[in-house]
Design a binder for this molecule. Structure first.
Ligand SMILES: *[C@@H]1O[C@H](CO)[C@@H](O)[C@H](O)[C@H]1NC(C)=O
Ligand SMILES: *[C@@H]1O[C@H](CO)[C@@H](O)[C@H](O)[C@H]1NC(C)=O
Ligand SMILES: *[C@@H]1O[C@H](CO)[C@@H](O)[C@H](O)[C@H]1NC(C)=O
Length: 190
């Protein structure tokens, strides 16, 4: 059996290595030495579609404590992201997370704090994520990319957003153009 002979060969060599006093594999010899992984750059623009009312809504309010200025309202969101400002375009990623109104006094406006996992569904990055957080205090703003997983592991960067003209109904939905700029370090292939 080929499998069995491989096991035998492995055992012979590993015993030989131990006999020759090789370092046992307790400490990873590559830690801190940057052997074969390279930092890569991601620079893409997508359109985030938020539908806050109607049958097609992609968020739900889960807590509404009744404080002035909607302070403390929490909604869970599964917003979609597309290559164009058109919800019929294929979904590139989803913003899975929540938004929380975190400005107490109406005189100070509003700030929806948004922590979310940006989960990619496309062929290049499917299954990988960016971890995004920041606030929405107006039509434009900037969020931080504080991490990533899969092909986008160890990501850091920024997402700039700009509200663009709603596709059809401004009372139920909006699109934000999001400019993503990140550096990430995928695991080495070997
Ligand atoms: C990102 O891409 C846009 C459009 O392709 C380009 O204008 C911009 O200079 C790029 N930014 C970086 C930092 O590469
Ligand atoms: C969205 O895309 C569909 C299918 O391509 C098209 O019929 C529709 O006109 C587009 N809507 C807008 C607002 O561009
Ligand atoms: C986001 O906006 C800031 C300030 O305008 C700018 O310095 C930065 O380059 C922008 N980043 C992206 C990814 O567009």
């Amino acid at each position: 059996m080929a499998g069995a002979s491989h096991v035998v060969v492995f055992l012979v060599f590993s015993n030989l290595a131990i006999a020759m006093g090789a370092t046992p594999p307790i400490l990873n010899p590559y830690v801190g030495k940057c052997k074969s992984s390279c930092e890569e750059e991601l620079n893409i623009s997508l359109y985030l579609h938020q539908v806050f009312a109607g049958a097609a809504r992609n968020q739900e309010v889960i807590l509404s404590p009744g404080f002035p200025n909607s302070f403390g309202v929490i909604a869970v969101n599964d917003w979609t992201m597309h290559a164009t400002a058109n919800s019929t375009a294929s979904i590139i990623a989803r913003a899975k997370g929540m938004h929380i109104q975190a400005t107490q006094s109406q005189a100070n406006g509003f700030a929806w704090f948004v922590p979310f996992s940006m989960v990619f569904e496309d062929s290049s990055f499917g299954g990988s994520t960016l971890q995004v957080m920041g606030a929405i205090s107006g039509a434009n703003g900037e969020w931080a990319i504080v991490g990533g997983t899969g092909k986008l592991s160890m990501a850091r960067g920024t997402v700039n957003f700009t509200e663009v003209q709603p596709q059809s109904n401004p009372n139920s939905e909006n699109y934000r153009k999001i400019d993503i700029h990140a550096f990430y370090t995928p695991s080495p292939a070997v």
